[in-house]
Design a binder for this molecule. Sequence first.
Ligand SMILES: [Zn+2]
Length: 493
Amino acid sequence: MVKKAKKSESAAKKTVGKSAAKGTVSAWQDDPSSKLPPISRPIPDLGKGPLKYKFKGSAIKPGIYALGTPEFRYWTAAEALRRGGDFWAPLLGVKHWQPGPILPVSLDKGVDLNAYYDRTELAFFHEAVGGKTIYSGESPDVVCHEMGHACLDAHRPELFDAPFIEAGAFHESFGDMSAILSALQLQSVRAAALATVKSYKASPLSRCAEQLGWALRQVAPSAVDRDCLRDAYNAFKYVDPQTLPDDAPATKLCAEVHSFSRVFTGAFYEVLSGMLKIRSSNPSQADLGVVATALAQLLMDATTAAPVQPDYFAQVASHMIDADTVRFAGKYRSALVATFVKRLIVPKSAVQALVAHKGKISGKAAFGMTALAAPPAKPQIQKVVLSGREFGLADKPLLVPAPSEQKPFLMVAAALAHRHTGPDTVQQATHRFVKMLFAHNRVDTESNAKKLAVTAATPRDKLRKTHILLESKQGFTLTRRLFHCGCGVPRND
Ligand SMILES: [Zn+2]
């Protein structure tokens, strides 16, 4: 192994500056297994504001390095993070990360098929599977998924600890949407994906994390899609997660947040295709870039305005329809409405009110923009009390703080107001979420510490605990520790 590492280091050095234009690095465009070759990119500046990064460990001199070397992985991760950060920065309502002005990054935290964001850093891992070592930080899909968690957390921090399946699943969906939108910042990806987005088909763009998906398939064949980790080209329709099982093979939906996230990501990719067709009957790659930014803007407007509630998918989707009315005078309404209604995310009855508004929209625009831009009032916190005994916690209660937000509603969103959740709905949704977490062994019931001191020897099951129980006199309080990339495939070792 040592010999092999030395050999790749020397190969890497040989290639420095060999065929590259000055001031460039070599990086993957999408995923290492997406079949899109590496390209030359301007040297990314990790310290560029407003969304700055800092890689832990020694810096590596920019250059063109051979595939498979640590130097190549360093610069491909840096390029993806800079590209994604530069895309999201002007769209976010804030100019800094949740942890502060600089987001630390660990490119190789240890052995696992995993990656996470924990409000202190982005962390990536490696593992040998089927004779090949997979580095999660080498995939721009995985890197931009984790960075997406950090962006959404900066934009809407109330979601981090919201104990609802739809809030957690939306965070996962946002990670995948971030991977797709960040990839679309490359002209070469837009050109390669144009025909498939226009005709609404699967593509390297819709398939997220092909390489990590392959590695997980070697371990648990039914846990991921047949050709990637998760495909945004899917036909999943909304089902109340209260009624879904805790677990299911990847071909079916379950209440686990990564599985359920595919409902929203599927709608997103279909909306992207619909928006492209509305923009032009013969769209160019530049048109694809324009609608990608427009769709990201609608996501930002909607997540600013939508109250964090158990039915969060419907809240975000309805606010996206309203945001399009306000921002683009309803230009993309047919794509949004057709997709969200077909996928049962927004009820048909909610959009009928919108039809009545047709022609009177401009008069509403000023009010709408104000309502969209207004941050929600500071949420009330409902302290949900669950039986500790149900989760093996003896007689102490399990306490779960749940946000309860209210907002002035716009047009379509107002039509959903009757579904507004009371304390009972919040209690039921929280109970379902906690039950799912325990079923997937996601709760750290032992360490009683918010932060996990990760070393190379930390067992993988500990790395995959997304939540922690903090003990007090009143009972155990559930709080989130991290989001990971959905690589929590059950392992026996
Ligand atoms: Zn994730």
